[in-house]
Design a protein around this ligand. Structure first.
Ligand code: NI
Length: 214
C-alpha cells in the first residue's frame, strides 16, 4: 500500500522519532509498514524515505544503494569521516527544491534489519549522503537546515530536459508550502523550523530573526 507523503510545514517532520521495540518490530502490522515504506519510496522515485515523511514517529527509514534497498530500524551513525563533500540535495517532503549540503564522505551506521538482527553499514559517497539525510529526518532535521548559504533553488522545468535553477529565500518557500500543501491550516498548526530553533525561539532574547542555520 502506498503511504501518503507529508510536506514541509507538517509538524511531524520536526519531531524526534522513537525507537521501535523488538515486539513491535516483529508484529505483522509493522512488517507491513516497512514494506509500504519501501514501496512508497520506489513509487515516488526517491533514493530514501524516513518514517516521519509518511506520518510515523518511529525510528525507521529506507535507503537505496544502487539496486539494494536497505531497511534500517533504529539506525544511528557510529562513525564519520573527517572529510566532507558538498553536493546537491533534494527531499520528497520539499518537492521542486534543491540546495548544496556538505556531508561526511563516509559513515558507519548501526541499525537493526527488519528481523531485528543488528547490522552495520559502511557507506561512502552518494549512499553515505542518503543515510545522513534520512537519519537526520529521524531527528526532526531537514537538509535545508544544513544547506550552504544562498544555495537554495527552485527547479523549474524549461522544455523537455532543461531545468532552470531559480534562487529562493527560505521565507518564500515557507509561504509557498503553507499555501500549496497546508491550505486551511493556521500558521500555528504548522512547523517549519528545526527543533532546536523552536526551543530557542521560546526563550526571550535579543537574538536575531535569522531563520536559517548554517
Ligand atoms: Ni528527505
Amino acid at each position: 500500500m502506498l503511504l501518503k507523503l507529508r510536506y514541509y510545514g507538517d509538524p511531524i517532520l520536526r519531531r524526534k522519532t522513537v525507537d521501535v521495540s523488538p515486539e513491535e518490530l516483529l508484529s505483522s502490522e509493522f512488517q507491513e509498514f516497512l514494506r509500504d515504506l519501501a514501496e512508497t519510496m520506489h513509487a515516488e522515485d526517491g533514493v530514501g524515505l524516513a518514517a516521519p515523511q509518511v506520518g510515523s514517529e518511529k525510528r525507521v527509514c529506507v535507503a537505496a544503494d544502487g539496486e539494494t534497498v536497505h531497511v534500517l530500524v533504529n539506525p544511528r551513525i557510529r562513525g564519520r569521516s573527517i572529510q566532507l563533500t558538498c553536493d546537491n540535495e533534494g527531499c520528497l517532503s520539499l518537492p521542486g527544491l534543491q540546495a548544496q549540503v556538505a556531508r561526511h564522505e563516509r559513515v558507519i551506521v548501526q541499525a537493526l534489519d527488519p528481523q531485528g538482527h543488528p547490522i552495520e553499514i559502511r557507506a561512502k559517497g552518494l549512499f553515505a549522503r542518503v543515510l545522513q539525510h534520512e537519519i537526520d529526518h529521524l531527528e526532526g532535521i531537514l537538509y535545508i537546515d544544513r544547506a550552504e548559504p544562498n544555495t537554495l533553488v527552485w527547479l523549474e522545468r524549461k522544455g523537455e530536459d532543461e531545468v532552470d535553477r531559480v534562487p529562493v529565500e527560505l521565507a518564500e518557500v515557507k509561504r509557498v508550502f503553507a499555501r500549496r500543501y497546508h491550505q486551511g491550516k493556521s500558521r500555528e498548526e504548522l512547523s517549519f523550523d528545526p527543533p532546536s530553533f523552536q526551543q530557542a525561539s521560546q526563550i526571550p532574547s535579543s537574538g536575531g530573526g535569522d531563520e536559517r542555520r548554517g
